[in-house]
Each structure stands twice: as C-alpha cells, then as structure tokens.
Design a protein around this ligand. Sequence first.
Ligand SMILES: Nc1ncnc2c1ncn2[C@@H]1O[C@H](COP(=O)(O)OP(=O)(O)OP(=O)(O)O)[C@@H](O)[C@H]1O
Length: 509
Amino acid sequence: MSEPQPVVELRGITKRFPGVVANSDVNLTVNAGEVHAVCGENGAGKSTLMKILYGMQQPDEGTITINGEEIRLRNPQDAIRAGIGMVHQHFMLADNLTVRENVLLGAESLNGIGRKAKARLAELSRQTGLNASPDVLLESLGVADRQRVEIVKVLYRGAKIVILDEPTAVLVPQEVDALFDTVRGMQQQGFTFIFISHKLDEVRAIADTVTVIRRGTTVGTVDPKKISSRELAEMMVGSELPSPETRESTVTDRDVLRVQDLRLNAEGSDRAVLDDISFSLRAGEVLGIAGVEGNGQTELVETIMGMRKAHAGRIELVDAEGNARELTKLGTLARREAGIGYIPEDRTRHGLLLTQPLWANRILGYQTREPVSHGQLLDIAGARKDTARIVEEYDVRTPGIEVPAAALSGGNQQKLVVGRELSGNPVLLIASHPTRGVDVGAQALIWEQIRVARHEGLAVLLVSADLDELIGLSDTIRVMLRGRLVSEADPATVSPQELGSAMTGAEAA
Ligand SMILES: Nc1ncnc2c1ncn2[C@@H]1O[C@H](COP(=O)(O)OP(=O)(O)OP(=O)(O)O)[C@@H](O)[C@H]1O
C-alpha cells in the first residue's frame, strides 16, 4: 500500500469564545481519499473546528495545512479555492430555482452558463447519482435528491475535500445506504470526506478513520472497524455509559388529544397538505409519526400548535375528568397554557430567542405561568433559578445562564428547549425531532426524561426522522405519506428498513 498522503493537517488549533475554549490544541490529519469522521459530545467543538477549516471562523492559535501548504483561510471563498467544500445540515439551496440555477448561480466564472456548464453538471450528477433533470424546480425534489444537489454544487466549485455535517439526520435507512454508496464511489475517484455524525453505527459503517474530540481537544484517532459503537461513545464521554432502560408500556385508556378529520390546504390553493387526519392519543402513550420529510408532518404539528389554521376538522384536549375542550380556534399561547409542551423542529426559529440570555429563554412561552411569573408580573429571579436547575438536570454545557442562547452548541440549545418544555408539567408533549443534533449521552438522557414523564401520564406525539428513536420510544407508529396517515406499524416488531419502505410508499397501504 502507498503511504497515506495528508490533505488536511490542523495543528494546535485553539479557538476561544467569551468564557469558553471551544477548541484547545486540536490536531487533525485527514489523508487523501479517506472518509474521516469527527465525533464528540455536544459542545465538544466539532462545528467550531469545521467552521475554521471552511474559513467561517479564524483560529486564535494553530496552523492549517492543505495539500502540504500552510495557508490562512480568511473566508469560505479561500477555503473553496483550496478545494474544500461544505455540505451544511440545513441546505443552502433556493426552492424556487431549478437544479441548474442552484448549482450554477454564483459560479458562472468557472464554466459560464452554456454548453460547458451543462456538460459539467451532467457529469457531476452522474457521479453523485442525482437523477433529477437540471430543469426541475428544487421544491419538487425529495430530501435525498436535494442533498445530492448540495453535493453537486460543492463539487462544481472544485471541492476535493468535502465536509458533510450530519448528512444522514434527514434520511431514511435506504437513502443513507445510497448516500454511502455515492461516497464510496467518489472515494475511488480520489475525493476525501470529513463526516460529522452522532450516529456511531453509521460512523463505523462508512468511516476509515475517526477522530474523537472531547471538551474541545483531540483525545485520539482510531480505526472505527476495530472498536464497538459503545467503546466509541465511551471515548467521547470519557467514562462508561449507563445501559439503556428496558421498555414497558404505560398506555392508559384515557384520551388526552383527539384529532378528527383534520384538513389543511396549501397557502392560497385548494390542494390539501393534510387530509383526513384522525387519531387519538391517550395518557401515558407515545404516538410516533414516521414519514419522509415534506409529507405533512411539519404541517400537522404546526396545526395542532395553532401556528397554522385548519381548513376543516377538530382538535380537542381532554382533561383528567374526561371533559373535552376544543382547541381548533385557539392561538398558540392559549394552547400552551392548556397544557401542551412543544419541542419545535427548528429550535432556532421557533424554540429560542438566540440573542437573549438563557434565563430569558426559560420565560419564552411560559410568560404567564409559575415559576417565571406571578400574575401579571415576570419573576426574573424565579426564571434564573429554574434555568440553573434545567442546566444542571439536563446537562446543558454552558459557562452560565447569562450567555445568549446563540453561544451554545446546537445540541446544548436542544437540551435547554427540551428541559424547558418538560418543566411546565404538560399533559401533552408535541415533540418534533426531540434529539436532533444531540450526542448519544444527551439522547439517552432526553429519552429517559420523556419515559419518566410518560410514566406519570404524559401523552406524547413524537415526530422523528430517527427511526431507532421512533421505534424505541413509541407505543404506536403511524406512517404519514403525502399528507395522510396511511398505515400503522408495531414498534415491537417493525425494523427500520421496513419502516423506511412504508415511509417512501414502497409498502404503504
Ligand atoms: N459563537 C459562539 N460564541 C460563544 N460560544 C460559542 C460560539 N460558538 C460555539 N461556542 C461554544 O464553543 C463550544 C463548542 O461548540 P461547537 O458548536 O463547536 O460544538 P459541537 O461539537 O459542534 O456541538 P454539537 O454536537 O452540539 O453541535 C461550546 O461550548 C459552545 O457553547
């Protein structure tokens, strides 16, 4: 075998933020043609390191060497010139433009917009397995194809080293396999990948090498095929993990939520994005909704939360005495006050005020309730105290409760939101991707908190793209396809692959 050729060498990278050292003397060597995973707990410093490598942030200390040459990356343009591309978790694409426009816009200087550009786009589409016509609008594509467009866009700009930031979070198992096939194929052609993921089984399936970061610094580089997922997780947290709890059903026969014949039309049209949705949810029950992104799950959750207005149907919350209260016409705050906790799918848009301190975020959505208000008055001391409790109980890694929410890593923001929503003693929890972006330790903690609350009678509507989570937590799973609940799966027996097929319509009723 030939000697490994380092294409990326990060040496002694240190990056400080007020009160936090995000990266401290981090070393990372990535060799040509490998898939190199970077793993670590929430807040370990992965995103910061990738932002430094992509020129979005500058290190306080340390050197960056690309293809043997030490360079300074002042901005992403510098990184792109050096052959580095980044596929972000939230796609940077325009829905109302075609595939071709998305790829070519801003890169006209490379191949123009004529025949040469088209040929290059066709070639890259082939290499990445993108089957869509270059003339279709992006909004008509599914998530997996959009991700391919994002990859094509990065390659079109000349990337040879591609950073994939949690690329599988939104994919079903079959799509993950297809993505990994693409990655392997491109590896053969000399591309190098840096892969950020919390899913350790996937890391072991695709990565040639994994570097583990703990509390801002590198703890080691290992061959993932030679250690178990559990050992890898233990390397990340620096101690042994608790064993997962066994499951037990706590479902009662008391309805908490009833949804009848719910219909929602697309804005400004008669086309239904939700149609004929009926279900009930009982105290102590977790009802999981499976579906490929874009099949109406977001709309269902937002309609139940009063953020969208149903065109037909009825939503009722039932109290412990069996009295039903209609929610259909109420606003979001009133629904929350009626006892609904809400973990939104996009924590930065609907869950947090990023510029505000953590304690002010504790008040968000709870401004009329104890312990953060008394009658008409906010209780700032109460909010501070309860925020400190959440930080402690949910292991939110932060220098303090005065820092703005924006200063927390993504996973730690998520823990704060989950902690807040479970603190209001809800009777119903609407949880959209509750552990998206959190590490395995924090995921186990959040699952445990949900299980404990369910044991005490909480009803949970769980929407998740993480099929292990859906199967592990739910008592019942309904599959959503094109705005309808089409089939049911038994979490005790269904496999992630079977569920994935039902979600894509391959086996739907
Ligand atoms: N802009 C910022 N201002 C202040 N602190 C920051 C900023 N960005 C990151 N940090 C802090 O740096 C540390 C590392 O965060 P980073 O986002 O790199 O972690 P991560 O490993 O990517 O975590 P996650 O898995 O949760 O996304 C965290 O303590 C975070 O709070």
